[in-house]
Ligand binder design. Structure first.
Ligand SMILES: *[C@@H]1O[C@H](CO)[C@@H](O)[C@H](O)[C@H]1NC(C)=O
Ligand SMILES: *[C@@H]1O[C@H](CO)[C@@H](O)[C@H](O)[C@H]1NC(C)=O
Ligand SMILES: *[C@@H]1O[C@H](CO)[C@@H](O)[C@H](O)[C@H]1NC(C)=O
Ligand SMILES: *[C@@H]1O[C@H](CO)[C@@H](O)[C@H](O)[C@H]1NC(C)=O
Ligand SMILES: *[C@@H]1O[C@H](CO)[C@@H](O)[C@H](O)[C@H]1NC(C)=O
Ligand SMILES: *[C@@H]1O[C@H](CO)[C@@H](O)[C@H](O)[C@H]1NC(C)=O
Ligand SMILES: *[C@@H]1O[C@H](CO)[C@@H](O)[C@H](O)[C@H]1NC(C)=O
Ligand SMILES: *[C@@H]1O[C@H](CO)[C@@H](O)[C@H](O)[C@H]1NC(C)=O
Length: 674
C-alpha cells in the first residue's frame, strides 16, 4: 500500500475486487453499463490475481519487484530509467569534431557523506579532463584521463590511478567513493585501489565541471578537453543531466553546456580518406580501420612492402627505403672498369649534409668519389693511405677549401665505413666531422667551415671511381654502400630493375653503358702461385701470403731455414733454431760464432804481485820471492842451512835440519826430503 501525505483527507481509492454486491436486493456490482456512461470508472469485469511481474514488464533486464497485490516496481540497471526501465539517460557527446566542450552544474544541496560520483564514459582519447568539483577557493576533487587510465586527485594532494585502461572505445562505469578518510575507485564494479585522504566538504553552491573548464589553459594541464561520451552522471543518487529525460528524476541544475551534443555520434574519420595506396576505410566509433591491399601494411596502409615484389636483379639485395626501395650491392673497380656517373632526379628537397661511404682497398692513392657543379665540388679520395675529403662551396671561390683527413691509414684491404657530416646542420656553414667505422674510432674534424651539399640537389655531376667520366679508373678495390644525405648512389642502372623506384627523391646512374662488376672480388694474387718450394698461397684481398714448409722461409718461401749449412760456428758445433742458429763452443772459445779465444788470466785468482801465466784451459801463478802457494797467497817460510855429515844442504818452508839423517823435518802441510 502506497501512502501519500494527504492520505488522511483523501483516503486512496479502493484497489481490489467486489462480487455480488446487492443494495436492497438489487445487484449493483458487477453490472454492465454503456461505454460512454460515467457511472463506472476504472472498473473492469473479472478478478485476476495474476502477479504483475509475470508479464515481465521491466525492460532492459530491469528487475521486477512485486508491490503488494497487482502492483510492481522495476529496479533498473544503469543507465536505464522509468517505471518500466524503458528510458535511457541521454548520452552527452563531448569534443565532437574536436571542439572544446564542457558542462557545469551547481550543487544546490549538500550531497552529504560519503560522496559517491559515478558515470559511464566512452572514449578513444588517452588523456583529457573528466570532472572537477570546486568551491570558490579550490578544486577539491579532480578526475582526468592519463595514458588511458583514470586518475583522481583529492585536495590538491593525494593521487590515485586506475589499474585498467578505459580509452578503448567501449563504455565503462567509473565510480569514485569518497568516505571520510578514504577514496576508493571502481571501474565496472572492480576495485581499482584506494587512498587515504583528508575529508572533503562539498557545500551548496559548489560547482561541478564535466569534460573541461572554461579556461582552456587550465584544462590543458589535465591533458586537454575530454573527447568522448558521458552518460548517467550521478553524485550519490542525484543525477547531473546534460539533456533531461521525460521521467522525472532528482537532478542538480545544469548551468553551462558548451559544444556538448546529444547522443554519442562518431566523428567520421573516413570523410577525408585516411587510407593510402588504395586501402578501403571502414568507420569505427571515433576511429577507422583501413583494409589494405596485398603488399601494403600499416594503420593507414602507408607501408608498401616493395621488396616482396622482387624489384631487384639477382646481383642485388632489396632494402625498404622510405616510401620505396633500394637495390643494394657491392661493386669492384679495376683498371678496366668504367667510372660510374650519377645525377639527381631534380626532386631532392632534403638538406644534403652528410656522406656515407664503405670501401675496401689496398691502394694508397685513388679517387673514390667526386661531385661537381660549377666551382662547387666535393672529393673523397685516398692519399698516403689516408682518407681525405675536400669540399669547396659557396660563391667565394677564394675561400680556403675545407679538408678533413682520417686519423689512421685505411688501405689495409679491410672494409671501412666512413661518415662525413656537418658538425651543426642548423648553421649555414660549419665544420665537418669524419667518423670512421661507426664512430668507434677517434673522430677527425676539419679546421675550417663550409656549407652543406645543396649544390648536389640538382644539375651536379657525381662520379664514383675517378675524377671525371674520361679519366682512367685508378681505384682498385670495392665500394659498398654509398649515400649522400641518406640517399643511395645505386650501382645498378634503373633499366636493370624490375620495377621503377617509387620514392620521390633519388640519385640515379646516368651512363647506362658501363657494366660494373657486381660483388667484391680481389685481384688474382694466387694464380699463378707466387710461393716457391711448395709454399701454400693465401688470398688476403689484393695481397698474397705464403705458408712455407718448415725447412723454407721468407715472403715467398725462398730462404732455407737450415742456418748451419754455412758452418757459422768457428770453434764449436751448430744447432738450428726457429729464429736462427746457436753455437755450442769448444772449451776455451766463446762468442756468437765461437770466434773469441777465452783469456784464462782475465779473472785469475793470482795474488798481488804474482804474474799470471796463460795455459790451455787453465793458468798458473808465478809468485814473488817471499810468497808461495797455488795463487801466491801464502808467505814464503824461512829456509834453514844445515851442515850435513856428507855435504851442506837447505830445508825449505820452515823445515828443521835433521843433520844426522842428512834430511829435514817438515812443517805440517809440507812434505818431501827438503
Ligand atoms: C481512473 O484512473 C486513472 C489512473 O489512475 C485516473 O487518472 C482517473 O482519474 C481515474 N478516473 C476516475 C473517474 O477516477
Ligand atoms: C573549499 O574546499 C576546501 C576543501 O574541501 C576547504 O578547505 C575550503 O574551506 C573550501 N572553501 C570554501 C570557501 O568553502
Ligand atoms: C657487401 O660486402 C659486405 C662485406 O663482405 C657484405 O657484408 C654485404 O652483404 C655485401 N653487400 C651486398 C649487397 O651484397
Ligand atoms: C647549432 O647552432 C645553433 C645556432 O647557433 C645552436 O643554437 C645549437 O645549439 C647548435 N647545435 C649544436 C649541436 O651545437
Ligand atoms: C761437437 O760434436 C762432436 C760430434 O758429435 C762431438 O764429439 C763434440 O764433443 C762436440 N763438441 C762440443 C763442444 O759439444
Ligand atoms: C815480500 O817482499 C816485498 C818486497 O820485497 C814486500 O813489499 C812484502 O811486504 C813482502 N811480503 C811478505 C809477506 O813478507
Ligand atoms: C859446510 O859449511 C861450513 C861453514 O860454512 C864449512 O866450513 C864446511 O866446509 C862445509 N862443508 C862441506 C862439505 O862443504
Ligand atoms: C825446529 O826446531 C825448533 C827449535 O828447536 C822447534 O821449535 C820446531 O818445532 C822444529 N820444527 C820441526 C818441524 O821439527
Amino acid at each position: 500500500m502506497i501512502t501519500t501525505e494527504d492520505e488522511a483527507d483523501h483516503p486512496p481509492a479502493f484497489l481490489g475486487c467486489f462480487r455480488d454486491v446487492f443494495v436492497d436486493s438489487h445487484l449493483v456490482l458487477p453490472v454492465i453499463v454503456p461505454e460512454d456512461s460515467d457511472a463506472q470508472a476504472n472498473i473492469t469485469a473479472g478478478c485476476s490475481d495474476k502477479d504483475k511481474c509475470d508479464d515481465s514488464p521491466c525492460q532492459n533486464r530491469g528487475r521486477c519487484v512485486s508491490q503488494g497485490w497487482r502492483s510492481y516496481v522495476c529496479d533498473c540497471h544503469r543507465p536505464h530509467e522509468g517505471s518500466n526501465c524503458e528510458e535511457d539517460y541521454i548520452t552527452a557527446r563531448f569534443g565532437n569534431k574536436d571542439l572544446e566542450s564542457y558542462a557545469s552544474f551547481s550543487l544546490d544541496d549538500d550531497p552529504g557523506d560519503p560522496v559517491t560520483i559515478s558515470m559511464f564514459i566512452r572514449t578513444r582519447q588517452s588523456s583529457g579532463l573528466l570532472l572537477i568539483l570546486a568551491n570558490s577557493t579550490s578544486q577539491y576533487l579532480r578526475m582526468w584521463l592519463e595514458e588511458g587510465w583514470v586518475k583522481v586527485q583529492v585536495n590538491n594532494f593525494e593521487t590515485l590511478a586506475g589499474r585498467s585502461e578505459v580509452s578503448d572505445g567501449h563504455f565503462h562505469l567509473v565510480t569514485l567513493k569518497l568516505e571520510a578518510m578514504e577514496a576508493i575507485l571502481f571501474q565496472s564494479a572492480q576495485n581499482q585501489g584506494s587512498m587515504h585522504i583528508r575529508p572533503i566538504q562539498a557545500h551548496p553552491g559548489d560547482q561541478v565541471f564535466v569534460g573541461g573548464l572554461p579556461d582552456s589553459r587550465a584544462t590543458a594541464s589535465f591533458g586537454g578537453y575530454f573527447k568522448g561520451c558521458v552518460q548517467d552522471l550521478r553524485i550519490n543518487s542525484k543525477r547531473l543531466q546534460f539533456y533531461p529525460i521525460t521521467t522525472l528524476v532528482e537532478s542538480y541544475s545544469l548551468e553551462q553546456l558548451i559544444n556538448v551534443a546529444q547522443g554519442c555520434s562518431s566523428d567520421n574519420a573516413c570523410a577525408v580518406n585516411p587510407c593510402l595506396n588504395g586501402g578501403v576505410c571502414y568507420s569505427m566509433w571515433d576511429d577507422f580501420i583501413c583494409n589494405c591491399p596485398p603488399n601494403t601494411a600499416g594503420h593507414r596502409c602507408e607501408e608498401v612492402k616493395w621488396c616482396e615484389l622482387s624489384p631487384c636483379p639477382a646481383t642485388a639485395v632489396c632494402q625498404p627505403h622510405s616510401q620505396g626501395f633500394e637495390c643494394l650491392s657491392n661493386v669492384t673497380f679495376r683498371v678496366e672498369s668504367s667510372i660510374l656517373h650519377y645525377g639527381s632526379n631534380g626532386k631532392i628537397k632534403r638538406s644534403l649534409s652528410s656522406v656515407y661511404l664503405s670501401f675496401r682497398t689496398r691502394q694508397s692513392a685513388a679517387t673514390l668519389l667526386h661531385a661537381q657543379k660549377d666551382s662547387d665540388y666535393l672529393t673523397v679520395s685516398l692519399l698516403d693511405s689516408h682518407l681525405v675529403m675536400e669540399l669547396q662551396t659557396g660563391a667565394d671561390k677564394d675561400a680556403p677549401k675545407l679538408t678533413v683527413q682520417s686519423q689512421g691509414p685505411v688501405s689495409d684491404g679491410e672494409w671501412h665505413t666512413v661518415e662525413l657530416s656537418m658538425e651543426n646542420q642548423t648553421l649555414q656553414t660549419s665544420r665537418w666531422i669524419m667518423a670512421e667505422n661507426g664512430g668507434k674510432d677517434e673522430l677527425s674534424m676539419s679546421k675550417t667551415a663550409a656549407g652543406d651539399l645543396e649544390f648536389l640537389r640538382e644539375g651536379a655531376d657525381i662520379f664514383l671511381g675517378g675524377l671525371t667520366l674520361d679519366s682512367e679508373v685508378k681505384l682498385s678495390g670495392c665500394l659498398g654502400l654509398v649515400e649522400i644525405g641518406g640517399l643511395l648512389l645505386p650501382f645498378h642502372h634503373d633499366t636493370e630493375l624490375n620495377l621503377p623506384r617509387p620514392q620521390e627523391e633519388q640519385f640515379a646512374r646516368i651512363n647506362s653503358n658501363a657494366a660494373p662488376q657486381y660483388g667484391c672480388w680481389g685481384a688474382s694474387v694466387c694464380a699463378p702461385n707466387p710461393c716457391e718450394n711448395e709454399g701454400v698461397c693465401e688470398d688476403q684481398f689484393d695481397l698474397h701470403h705464403c705458408t712455407c714448409p718448415s725447412e723454407w722461409t721468407g715472403p715467398l718461401c725462398q730462404e732455407s731455414t737450415d742456418t748451419c749449412i754455412s758452418s757459422p760456428c768457428i770453434y764449436g758445433n751448430c744447432t738450428n733454431l726457429p729464429q736462427g742458429f746457436k753455437c755450442v763452443c769448444e772449451l776455451g772459445f766463446t762468442g756468437e760464432q765461437c770466434e773469441v779465444e777465452v783469456d784464462m788470466c782475465e779473472n785469475s785468482n793470482c795474488g798481488n804481485g804474482a804474474t799470471c801465466l796463460k795455459g790451455f784451459e787453465n793458468y798458473a801463478c808465478l809468485c814473488p820471492q817471499n810468497l808461495t802457494g797455488q795463487y801466491c797467497e801464502l808467505p814464503q817460510l824461512p829456509v834453514s842451512t844445515c851442515m850435513g855429515t856428507r855435504r851442506n844442504y837447505s830445508c825449505f818452508n820452515g823445515g828443521n835440519c835433521s843433520e844426522a839423517e842428512n834430511t829435514c823435518h817438515c812443517l805440517p802441510g809440507f812434505t818431501g826430503q827438503w
